[in-house]
Design a protein around this ligand. Structure first.
Ligand code: GLY
Length: 511
């Protein structure tokens, strides 16, 4: 029998469990090794739902004493010492900020963990410093950007007015860790003061803690127009890399542009591939972003096996045959871990996930091509806590009610080929499955697009399957005040961009 590699995924969200599940089940056409996915920590609902009475997934779980970087490191080192783990991929960026890679390195296991050391974690953890790095490395970013002192409204006002005049919009970024919620957009001068006040109210405490009376860095970027596309890049220790399939994130709480009543969330859903993916685009991201970033990491002596996830704004030009061709791309965010929920849609389309992750650790990525289900589309829809509750909570991402029971009709989901992945969900003997009030679970659905089919109708059918399950309460969080109700909410437009892109590209081709 071939050797089995045990690959750990450290974290507590759905991408952690799903990565482990795909690690154990994906079947490569070229690699005969066997892989077992291990969840490091997870949530209390995960081993129950992945267990034999529910999904029966071939996944193992390792607990940690608590949710701290130190506790993760201790559990990983113990498992490596015992031989019950071969390699580990930390998923939440906080573990890299907290120095999990440094701790493993100091224990002699630096070659068993992916990710950057804490001194390099600024690439995601300090957006202003990362912007400087990209700029120095020749990686395309927003046309103009400034770091101002957030305590000075006059300075802030002047830059906003200038960018509004020259670019038609301004993007403000609290540069440090903000769970994806630190970006604000200003589209006209009337909004400047109000957006400033809200941003300061949200981050004043954090700024004060970090900088006291020194300047409070705030990144201001000129607004970019184009199509936002998420890329996931696996990098090995020699600097070889592979760009995985693209995805489209749905970060706004509701359909339509982000704004005061429509905040940016951690992600309400994702699809893969991005409807505008092409080989030309993948080459462009390789040449213009992956290569220069890897060289910059090498030059600074901080290159390691890692996952890079640049979010980019892509511009297109009209092409008579293809409808549109990528013209240019610019980085709007750089992350050092797989996206949530983008990675869920991406990973389900990879056949040789195990071989790729192993090659990342063994510096052989140049020899392992991704095996992608090119004919498949994947949808991932978040089921989040909706409004209502004892204090009139507004629901995710605002205030949420917690600890309400979760009910799942497993037979229905299986029949409809829908995959449920728990996220903000716990389990206890006395409560059973319960919601923790955030993004409670995700529903994943994949479909093959036949040679004579368009992606749009296939995606619409998948989306309708997800909506039907939700509307008929096949997954339910039971509200305290209404035993028949369902606290869960979702975005109904996840997947609709395939049909939209089909229509645009078809019309452009006829032109
Ligand atoms: N979905 C956005 C992120 O993972 O950063």
């Amino acid at each position: 029998m071939s050797q089995q590699y045990r690959i750990g995924f450290a974290g507590t969200d759905a991408r952690t469990l799903l990565s482990a599940q795909v690690m154990s089940t994906a079947a490569s056409e070229t690699d005969s090794a066997s892989y077992r996915g291990v969840v490091l920590r997870g949530t209390s609902a995960m081993p129950v739902l992945a267990g034999p009475e529910w999904f029966d997934w071939p996944v193992d779980f390792l607990s940690t004493a608590e949710n701290s970087t130190q506790a993760y490191a201790e559990a990983i080192i113990q498992a490596l010492n015992q031989g019950s783990l071969d390699y580990v991929l930390p998923l939440p960026e906080a573990l890299q900020y907290g120095g999990i890679v440094d701790l493993l390195r100091d224990s002699g296991y630096g070659d068993r963990i992916a990710g950057l050391e804490s001194e390099a974690a600024f690439i995601e953890g300090d957006k202003a410093e990362c912007k400087k790095l990209c700029w120095q490395a020749g990686i395309p970013v927003a046309d103009d950007w400034e770091v101002v002192d957030a305590r000075s409204f006059p300075q802030f006002f002047a830059v906003c007015l200038d960018f509004l005049h020259r670019f038609g919009g301004v993007v403000l970024k609290y540069p440090y860790s903000a769970s994806g919620k630190g970006a604000r957009i200003i589209l006209d001068a009337w909004e400047i003061k109000e957006v400033y006040d809200t941003l300061l109210a949200d981050y004043k405490k954090d700024y004060r803690k970090m900088f006291h009376n020194r300047p409070w860095p705030l990144l201001i970027e000129s607004r970019m127009s184009g199509v936002e596309i998420s890329f996931t890049i696996l990098v090995d220790g020699e600097g070889n890399f592979r760009v995985l399939p693209t995805s489209l994130d749905y970060p706004e709480r509701y359909p339509g542009p982000a704004g005061k009543g429509n905040p940016i969330t951690g992600g309400m859903g994702s699809i893969s591939p991005h409807p505008f993916e092409s080989n030309e685009l993948l080459d462009m991201v390789s040449q213009r972003i992956a290569r220069p970033m890897i060289e910059a990491l090498r030059d600074r002596g901080i290159l390691r096996p890692c996952v890079l996830y640049p979010g980019c704004i892509v511009s297109f030009s009209h092409d008579v045959e293809q409808g549109a061709r990528p013209l240019d791309l610019r980085v709007c965010e750089f992350n050092i871990r797989p996206g949530e929920p983008e990675f869920q849609a991406v990973v389900r389309r990879i056949r040789n996930f195990g071989a790729l992750v192993r090659a990342m650790f063994q510096s052989r990525l140049d020899r392992v091509e991704p095996e992608i289900r090119e004919d498949q589309i994947a949808l991932c829809t978040a089921l989040v806590t909706g409004p209502g509750g004892p204090d009139g909570q507004k629901g995710y991402p605002w205030s949420v009610t917690k600890y309400e029971p979760v009910e799942i009709d497993l037979k229905y989901l299986k029949n409809k080929n829908l995959q449920l992945v728990p996220s903000g969900m716990g389990y206890s003997e006395e409560r059973g499955l319960y919601s923790d009030g955030t993004r409670v679970a995700y529903l994943n659905a994949n479909a093959t697009v036949g040679p004579d089919q368009e992606r749009g109708p296939v995606a619409d059918k998948l989306a309708n399957r997800v909506l039907a399950a939700y509307r008929s309460d096949k997954v339910r969080v039971v509200p305290r005040e209404d035993a028949q109700g369902n606290r869960l909410d979702l975005r109904e437009d996840i997947g609709s961009h395939f049909a939209l892109a089909d229509a645009i590209l078809a019309a452009a081709r006829q032109g």
